[in-house]
Design a protein around this ligand. Structure first.
Ligand SMILES: Nc1ncnc2c1ncn2[C@@H]1O[C@H](COP(=O)(O)OP(=O)(O)OP(=O)(O)O)[C@@H](O)[C@H]1O
Ligand SMILES: [Mg+2]
Length: 326
């Protein structure tokens, strides 16, 4: 005990607030040092100084220093819906692109093991996923500044997957516990539905927030309520609801019409006491650009603007949490 406090006292001023833990193992001092925000040479200089000082402490024969570049907190945000095909994956990819463009280091985990779509949406199908010797995966990076990992990159495209539950859990763990480096926000594209897989995933990885996607129809909204219940059960705070395919945007004149009505999700959000994050129009351009691996959020169009507006709302929630030291 005394040597641990002596070590803390010996630390150079540059290490103040950065040393996360000090432990003695026999005569070896083991320190974990947060190097977030430091350049590599600065981090190395700090490490050398710490080592020199700690070696002078009585009873210390050797020093082991682990530098972590990890922020104290990474925000994991799950994107879910009660019903399939409402646009979770499209929203996830575009939120990620918009968040990255606003300077937030963003990653995407495609948790849809059976129907991965992120490689197509972000155009990373051809990128190989690399695992290190200790089986830790390194995410690929897309042209839009977003890191991604997806089962779609681990299996051959088009191959049917008939995995059993425990294997799915194992695969997901590998994706979540990959080398995400200094990623600040990790968006998780959940598979459709509100079953056990989703609940386990939420309980195991404890996202800091969730976004629920719905289309405007009443039936889809009932499903959205189910998704809200799922997040409630897992004690994951709901950041808000997004209405997708709200109003049809005519590819010729840009006029909005309302095949499914719109505003249902906003009213539902209000009734259920959750924030409404915005709506994305039903637009053929969104589908075409998405299929081509060109996320609309990277384009200067009304559709792109719709995604960016939602991303900005999410970013402001994240910043508030960060400012509160959460
Ligand atoms: N706003 C939109 N306008 C036009 N097409 C859209 C829009 N949002 C999504 N789509 C299209 O709808 C289809 C389903 O979208 P997506 O794959 O994102 O849904 P999902 O909820 O992730 O589906 P799943 O439940 O199967 O995972 C895709 O072909 C996508 O391009
Ligand atoms: Mg999907």
């Amino acid at each position: 005990m005394t040597s641990e406090s002596a070590i803390r006292e010996s630390l150079p001023t540059g290490a103040v607030g950065r040393v996360q833990s000090v432990r003695m193992k026999g005569a070896v001092a083991i320190l974990v040092v947060d190097a977030a925000g430091l350049t590599r040479p600065d981090a190395e200089r700090l490490e050398t100084e710490i080592r020199a000082n700690v070696l002078r402490v009585d009873g210390v024969d050797d020093v082991r220093i682990a530098l972590t570049a990890e922020k104290r907190e990474r925000h994991i945000i799950a994107i879910g819906s009660g019903k399939g095909g409402v646009g979770k994956s499209t929203l996830t990819a575009n939120l990620a692109v918009a968040l990255a463009a606003s300077g937030i280091r963003t990653g995407v985990v495609d948790a849809d093991i059976y129907g991965p779509s992120q490689p197509t949406l972000l155009g990373t199908q051809d990128e190989k996923v690399v695992a290190s010797a200790d089986k830790v995966l390194t995410p690929t990076s897309s042209a839009f500044g977003v890191k991604t990992l997806s089962m779609g990159q681990l299996i051959e495209p088009g191959r049917a997957i008939a995995w059993r539950g425990p294997m799915v859990g194992g695969a997901l763990t590998q994706l979540m516990e990959a080398d995400w480096g200094d990623t600040e926000v990790l968006l998780v594209d959940l598979p459709p539905g509100t079953g056990d897989v989703q609940l386990t995933m939420l309980q195991k990885f404890r996202p800091s927030g969730a976004v629920v996607v719905s289309t405007p129809q009443d039936l889809a909204l009932i499903d959205a309520t189910r998704a809200l219940d799922l997040f409630g059960q897992a004690k994951v705070p709901v950041l808000g609801l997004v209405e997708n395919m709200a109003g049809y945007m005519c590819p010729h004149c840009g006029e909005l019409s309302d095949p499914f009505g719109h505003g249902g999700a906003e009213a539902a959000a209000q009734a259920l006491g959750h924030p409404f994050l915005g709506r994305i129009p039903l637009s053929i351009e969104i589908r075409l650009a998405s299929d081509a691996g060109q996320p609309p959020a990277a384009q200067d169009t009304p559709q792109g603007e719709a995604f960016r507006a939602i991303a900005a709302r999410i970013a402001s929630v994240i910043r508030t949490v960060q400012a509160e030291g959460g």
